[in-house]
Ligand binder design. Structure first.
Ligand code: COA
Length: 701
């Protein structure tokens, strides 16, 4: 007898144990569903007294194979609902033994079983909405039949994942034990002694309608998956009106509708993009890493304090350096305040906050870093300052220590060259606030050693960051693409728009913040410094607006000075007639006849500027994949995840249309609109950025 390759059958006494073996996460691909259906049927025919479903390795199953959604579902493979129906029709009890994750289709499979046991490390949930989907294999119908109504509706609408104890308390899991197989055997014996009830035959909780209403009220309109959450609750509500098979069919229809939606495609794209972004040539699973057990951070300003918390939160002891005691105390107080607020909001227990705080030791002597494994310099963004620090570090840091700079734009090759060990130097560009923002640009300098890179990638993941590996260039990835975007905003102000119109058009598109409000928050002086640097070798064929410089000259540095593009009282911002007057005066000075600029033009000019620069960055190797840009922009710059990032969005618009618009924007000769050759090639050949990524992947394979 041959056994299916993705599902192993073993017989223990009179019980068949079916092990799903589809690494790395036991996703329920079409082949797994086929093999599982066959293995179950064989076990039942062979007269076993019960069946245990279990996953090999650290996962029961992470659910449907998400990649298959893009490829199109295999019509010849058994539908998940067919497999679930076969389980429910089994004459002998079928029990799911959950070790590790049972997510999405993995939990739906377990819900179709007659009972569920879990190991204490189990993670149980229906996270489909986070991918813009709903549980399409009976999850909206079976979960409320086993779990409390409020828990079921909340889980389905939010995608929240429960631990084993919470799942047990909610009724999803029947038993918890370290040896889940042994627990499953006990449950099979118990179930064998009573008439079997299929989950679909169980009654619905009487308070389901209220629970659905409450969950619906809790959906944030700003959530990228609000539509999926609402649709998932609609599917759940069918249970009260339709027979079980009809409700399953309705759920499936709604699922297929969402699967085809641009939002779900975008969120699925980002799921894989995030995982791909750290992959980099010459670095693989086999690349050696260096041990990092202690961390030093130089600079206790906002950035340095945030970075210290990142590593303290990951359980590493951190030495935080500031030049003088007063500055150090300010930094330590900032850190204490963050933890205090987290405790007050109930996000952290007082004990955990205390533990984390104790990981951070403040010092005013850089020599205190002589023994640490990783140093991150987060001092003032000035080359001379950084060079002096790295020369000093070169003298005191132990051999093999990784020396990182948190510069947001300076040349990491130059910083590395200030040391006698450039191979140990790397850029780690955190986004502010560092302990909150997930994006981390890892800057691979010319001589950065592969093991240094592999170590910081691994560490970033451990610290809950999303690493994106980028090359050295002005602004690296996210900021480099931001400059042309900001420039278009300024030029449109000159031509006829006002700050609030630009911001509200981009807000309506889905950006968390428009460019004017964003710079007011970040500080107009920060962008001013960048522009001054860029102006040193400015191409005169590029139009430049000095409007933002005028703001800075007037001391309007943004919210911190109470005025920037807007006027601020506390956190409230309002438009300022003085700014409007200044803009009109500048248009006048330039002899520009102001005109109405449509929201459509604002969106195109602001975002196509990002897309075009992204194409330059792809072609010159600053970034390896268009999808890396999408990760950086959605996580670091507030680009709406539901649109998949600027490059994914560009593909949905069509590169030929974008290319044509860019040509027309540049018709007057403004070199800001010089199209990237790569964009032109893709547009002319009818290809997309996704095609380009695929082609590069194929070349590398
Ligand atoms: N389908 C296809 N591939 C999946 C997958 C799924 N449901 N879940 C994970 N993977 C892949 C990842 O893409 C990654 O592939 P890679 O190594 O080629 O990059 C690999 O499995 C490991 O996943 P990763 O997320 O890097 O591992 P982790 O240990 O950090 O997290 C999970 C594991 C299961 C918690 C996480 O992958 C996850 O949340 N998966 C999605 C679950 C889900 O939404 N299920 C419902 C689907 S509709």
């Amino acid at each position: 007898m041959t056994f299916p390759s993705l599902v192993r059958t073993e017989v223990s006494g009179t019980v068949a144990v079916l092990t799903i073996a589809n690494p790395p996460v036991n996703s329920l691909s079409a082949a797994v569903r086929r093999d599982l259906t066959a293995a179950l049927s064989r076990a039942v025919i062979n007269g076993v007294s019960g069946v245990v479903l279990i996953g090999e390795g650290g996962h029961f199953s992470a659910g449907a194979d998400i990649q298959e959604f893009d490829a199109g579902l295999d019509p010849t493979a058994p539908d998940p609902n067919d497999l679930h129906a076969a389980i429910e029709a089994s004459p002998v009890p079928v029990v799911a033994a959950i070790r590790g994750t049972a997510l999405g289709g993995g939990l739906e499979l377990a819900l179709a079983c007659h009972g569920r046991v879990a190991s204490p490390d189990a993670r149980i949930g229906l996270p489909e909405v986070k991918l813009g989907l709903l549980p399409g294999g009976g999850g909206t119908q079976r979960l409320p039949r086993v779990a409390k109504a409020a828990v079921a509706a909340g889980m389905i609408a939010s995608g929240r994942v429960l631990g084993a104890a919470e799942a047990r308390a909610a009724g999803i899991v029947d038993r918890i034990g370290d040896d889940s197989l042994a627990e499953a055997m006990i449950l099979i014996e118990q179930l064998g002694a009573v008439p079997l009830t299929a989950t679909s035959g169980r009654a619905l909780p009487p308070d389901l309608a209220e629970a659905i209403d409450a969950a619906r009220a809790g959906i944030s309109a700003k959530s990228p998956h609000a539509e999926a959450s609402r649709t998932a609750l609609d599917a759940m509500a069918q249970s009260a009106r339709l027979s079980f098979p009809e409700a399953l069919a309705a759920e499936r229809r709604l699922f297929l509708g969402l699967m085809e939606s641009t939002t779900s495609r975008a969120l699925r794209h980002l799921f894989f993009a995030e995982r791909a972004a750290a992959g980099t040539p010459g670095i693989g699973k086999e690349t050696r890493t260096r041990p990092v057990e202690t961390v030093g951070v130089i600079g206790a300003g906002t950035m340095g304090s945030g970075i210290a918390m990142v590593f303290a939160n990951a359980g590493l002891p951190v030495t935080l350096i500031e030049r003088d005691a007063a500055g150090l105390e300010r930094g330590l107080k900032r850190i204490r305040d963050v933890y205090d607020r987290a405790v007050a909001k109930g996000d952290l227990s007082a004990e955990v906050a205390q533990d984390r705080l104790q990981q951070i030791t403040g010092r005013t002597d850089i020599a205190a870093l002589s023994g640490v494994d990783l140093v991150i310099e987060a001092a003032f963004e000035e080359m001379q300052v950084k060079l002096a620090i790295f020369q000093e570090l070169d003298k005191i840091a132990k051999r093999g220590a990784i020396l990182a700079t948190n510069t947001s734009a300076l040349d990491v090759d130059v910083i590395a060259a200030a040391t006698s060990r450039p191979a140990d130097v790397v850029g780690l560009h955190f986004f502010s606030p560092a302990h909150v923002m997930r994006l981390l640009e890892i800057v691979r300098a010319r001589e950065t050693a592969p093991d240094v890179l592999a170590t910081v990638i691994r560490l970033a993941r451990k610290a809950g960051k999303t690493p994106v590996v980028v090359g050295v260039c002005d602004g690296f990835l996210a900021n480099r693409l931001l400059y042309p975007y900001l420039r278009q905003a300024d030029l449109m102000l000159e031509e006829g728009a006002l700050p609030e119109q630009i911001d509200s058009a981009l807000n309506a598109f889905g950006l968390a913040m428009g460019p004017c409000a964003m710079l007011d928050m970040a500080g107009q002086d920060v962008a001013w410094h960048v522009r001054q640097r860029q102006l040193k070798d400015w191409d005169p064929a590029r139009r430049y607006s000095r409007l933002a410089d005028l703001l800075v000259e007037q001391g309007r540095l943004g919210s911190k000075t109470g005025a920037g593009w807007y006027r601020y009282s506390g956190r409230q911002k309002e438009s300022d007639p003085a700014v409007e007057a200044m803009i009109l005066q500048e248009s006048d000075r330039l002899d520009v006849t102001r005109r109405a600029i449509s929201d459509e033009e604002i969106i195109k000019r602001a975002l196509y500027a990002i897309v075009n620069e992204g194409a330059f960055a792809l072609a010159d190797g600053t970034v390896q994949r268009a999808s890396d840009i999408d990760v950086a922009y959605t996580q670091g710059m507030g680009f709406p995840a539901a649109r998949g990032g600027p490059m994914f969005w560009a593909d949905t618009v069509g590169l030929d249309a974008i290319y044509a618009d860019i040509l027309s924007f540049g018709a007057s000769g403004d070199a800001n609109w010089r199209p990237a050759r790569l964009l032109e090639e893709l547009a002319r050949s009818g290809r997309s950025f996704a095609d380009h990524d695929r082609e590069r992947r194929a070349e590398a394979a």
